[in-house]
Design a protein around this ligand. Sequence first.
Ligand SMILES: *[C@@H]1O[C@H](CO)[C@@H](O)[C@H](O)[C@H]1NC(C)=O
Length: 275
Amino acid sequence: MAMARTTTLLLIVAAALLAASCGAWEMNIGMPGTVAAVDDAVVAPLIHALRPLLGSGSHAGMACDSWRLGVEAYNVRDWKTVPASCEGYVGHYMVGDHYRRDSKVVVDQAIAYVDSLKLAGNGKEVWVFDVDETTLSNLPYYAKHGFGATPFNVTRFNAYAQEGSAPALPETKRLYNKLLSVGIKPVILTGRAEYLRASTATNLRRQGYSGWMNLLLKAPGFKGSSVAFKSGEKQKLQDAGYIIVGNIGDQWSDIIGAPDGARTFKLPDPMYYIG
Ligand SMILES: *[C@@H]1O[C@H](CO)[C@@H](O)[C@H](O)[C@H]1NC(C)=O
């Protein structure tokens, strides 16, 4: 009797949920018209019972979306690989329209910021760009290696980088060209190893980047973190009298180390984490 009643309620609630295309979260906070008649105390255990039916577990798009938000907001840190259940989600995000749209929002904001500046025009104003997943996109590489769901292999990645075949991230190129047009000098600052200088420069030129002031790579033997490396290089720029008016990268480690620049812009990257 009690079992039958529970099953009936379960089916009614499931039907209401599916009809309203809403998840347990909306239900819990009270969607008008769907669950108002169902007592909260009854609903709570049903949410748990419905979870497998509605696919709101770790395999659902919703959970991966929340994970990605956690990554972008720098709440999720020090992660090694994309969760295995999110490989498909990250792949769709990267290859589909979503990644490009998110990147466009970042660059539109950066360009609006540039337009708002009163520039001194003294040749001392610079903008720091990262390389991987910023000026260049390694999507062709990551598409073959699980979109970050398989452990990073530095040997294999460096072999790919040495080909110099990575496409530009078009949004970043738009910002880059904008900065050149207003006299802000691009400084390219990458955690790539010094021995990749020629292939990186060639790759950038092939993709239409030119006129950078500096291309700074990690010296052999540098043992510190990415933050330590990048903040050290930015400090040298500042000590030489340059003003970092902006800074853009796909990793928080690109932008958090002081001096971070007058404004920083974080491009999306749900494929890997560099601390
Ligand atoms: C990394 O890639 C290289 C080159 O493809 C391969 O020889 C090596 O076994 C890989 N390392 C790991 C840990 O998978």
